[in-house]
Design a protein. Structure first.
Length: 316
């Protein structure tokens, strides 16, 4: 009887220091799951270190290893998408190379998927130990905001580490949008999902590629991709300011009628109001600009990534 195939997708960006540790851990997991066949698909996202050379060497001695190398850095979302498109398995699992997504959880995830007959087993961090407090605070704020303004509900602490059935993978790939936020896409396509929690794990080697600014921009991707609430809020703010201005104008006219000798003062407060309204207008224009820029990028129809090399090129 033919064994079911599990595709392990590993986006990599400057992970030369961590890859050897990851290979050892993944090999251990594969050895412990002899009832399945495996393929490991590493996506080199334009790394500037020795990541690609290590992947070439690994693929030359391990036929279960495949790799895709981008022409430049396109981002983790592109890396995950390329891995899913390359996956041939009956199941696909996405995990990071830094071992913050422990491969040792894979047998448990596979068991849950089979026993509970779900299409996805996803992971979340039970805590944020080792993370800067300011980042934890803003992460909590992000999940709170996005779950209030979007129909897609994100689980706080959710990781990209997720095991999916073939039909869920196909559903995810059927969404051809350029601006991708995979955590939201996984929830949007639906299908039954079981969640498991684990304690936060530090990187085994190397440095994180996510800066505070990078995470902030990534959060905006989610909000713009899965909610139009900011547009409604900016429209509401504009309407409220219009009403306030009408009330203010009427108050000045009535005051002048009652006491024609009174002078209209308050230049300082007037300037403050002008600055406030001007700032609000710029904020609303900025919100509109975010949606317009995403629409602009979608209409260009540029590819999500460009492949420079795969393991098949090495074979030739």
């Amino acid at each position: 009887m033919k064994k079911e195939l599990i595709s392990v997708i590993v986006p990599c960006y400057n992970e030369a220091e961590a890859l050897h540790y990851f290979f050892e851990e993944l090999d251990r997991v594969i050895f412990d799951m002899p009832e399945y066949d495996f393929e490991a698909i590493y996506v080199d996202d334009g790394s500037k270190d020795a990541t690609l050379e290590i992947l070439r060497s690994r693929a030359s001695v391990d036929k279960k290893t495949r790799y895709v190398s981008f022409s430049r850095n396109f981002g983790k979302e592109a890396g995950m998408l390329a891995g899913l498109r390359s996956a041939k398995g009956d199941y696909a699992v996405i995990m990071d190379a830094d071992l913050q997504d422990p491969p040792s959880l894979l047998p448990q995830m596979m068991s849950i998927l089979k026993e509970k007959k779900v299409d996805s087993v996803a992971t979340r961090r039970g805590n944020r130990k080792g993370e800067p407090p300011i980042r934890s605070f803003f992460a909590k704020c992000f999940y709170g905001i996005v779950n209030k303004i979007s129909k897609v509900k994100l689980v706080p602490g959710a990781r990209d580490y997720r095991l999916m059935s073939r039909r869920m993978v196909d559903a995810v790939l059927s969404l051809c949008e350029y601006n991708r936020f995979s955590k939201g896409i996984f929830e949007w396509v639906g299908f039954k999902t079981e969640w498991i929690s684990y304690q936060n794990i530090e990187r085994v080697a190397g440095k994180t590629k996510w800066s505070f600014w990078g995470l902030f921009k990534y959060s905006l991707e989610c909000i713009v991709a899965f909610s139009t609430a900011p547009l409604a809020i900016s429209s509401l703010c504009g309407f409220m300011m219009f009403i306030v201005s009408i009330i203010g104008a009427l108050a000045i006219v009535i005051r002048k009628i009652i006491d024609s000798s009174s002078a209209v003062g308050g230049w300082a407060s007037t300037i403050c109001v002008i600055l406030f309204v001007g700032g609000l207008q710029l904020l609303c224009i900025g919100v509109l600009g975010q949606y317009l820029s995403k629409t602009y990028m979608e209409t260009k129809r540029r590819p999500d990534y460009i492949i420079a090399e795969t393991e098949k090129d090495e074979d030739n």
